[in-house]
Design a protein around this ligand. Structure first.
Ligand SMILES: Cc1cc2nc3c(=O)[nH]c(=O)nc-3n(C[C@H](O)[C@H](O)[C@H](O)COP(=O)(O)O)c2cc1C
Length: 202
């Protein structure tokens, strides 16, 4: 089994990477393969609501990090998304990416366990995790918990290594995710009802 971890920070080796690495180490210790993909520093287009993906199954901006993730998702049994906190939310680039990934590639995500990790200097990472969880919650993705909310603290790259409780929270999250993956390994996906769409228009 394999977990794909997405680093939504513009810093390749910053605090989010360190936090995700701690989750990854715990997963590996429990026999789960891991791969961390980095969002990079290039501009990431957001969803333009063209709805072409609903016909083709792929975003019209099929390039860069979007394509990289699309190609890796079929082999992933679970995902972890990590982000620094920017004004009490995930980075703009990460939201731009995930809006398109979840809108167009739900078929590769449904029923796979998922977790979010929020990094911050001082405050707002709870909102970051909550925002990221929204993607999973409307994609039928089971979410493991940890011993605390999935937050870790640090300002400059490397700082989070000194947040002992945060690092332990990351390890616990990795172990709990491994446990959930194994528990669900042979559980068939449910027969889903046809999705009812109610748009609150008269
Ligand atoms: C534009 C911007 C906004 C930020 N907003 C917050 C914030 O709302 N709360 C906070 O505690 N830290 C905030 N930070 C600090 C980062 O979350 C923190 O430095 C984090 O460790 C960076 O992670 P990274 O090393 O993975 O990039 C902000 C940083 C930037 C650049």
């Amino acid at each position: 089994m394999k977990v794909l971890l997405i680093n939504g920070s513009p810093n390749a080796e910053g605090n989010t990477h360190l936090a995700l690495s701690e989750v990854a180490k715990a997963l590996q210790a429990d026999g789960i393969d891991t791969e961390i993909v980095w969002i990079g520093k290039k501009p990431v287009p957001g969803c333009i609501a063209c709805n072409r993906c609903q016909e083709t199954g792929v975003c019209v901006f099929n390039s860069g990090i979007y394509t990289e993730i699309m190609e890796k998702l079929p082999d992933a049994d679970g995902i972890v998304v990590g982000s620094p906190t920017y004004y009490a939310g995930p980075t703009g680039s990460l939201c731009a990416l995930l809006d398109r990934v979840f809108y167009s590639l739900g078929r590769y995500l449904q029923y796979k366990p998922a977790a979010a990790v929020g990094v911050c200097r001082r405050g707002g990472s709870v909102s970051t995790v909550e925002r990221l969880n929204k993607y999973f919650e409307m994609t039928n993705m089971p979410m493991p918990s940890s011993q605390y909310w999935n937050n870790i603290y640090g300002l400059m790259p490397g700082d989070v290594a000194r947040d002992d409780e945060g690092m332990q929270t990351m390890r616990t999250l990795g172990h709990n995710l491994a446990r959930l993956l194994k528990a669900l390994e042979n559980v068939p996906r449910p027969e889903a009802e046809e999705h009812a769409w109610t748009h609150f228009v008269r």
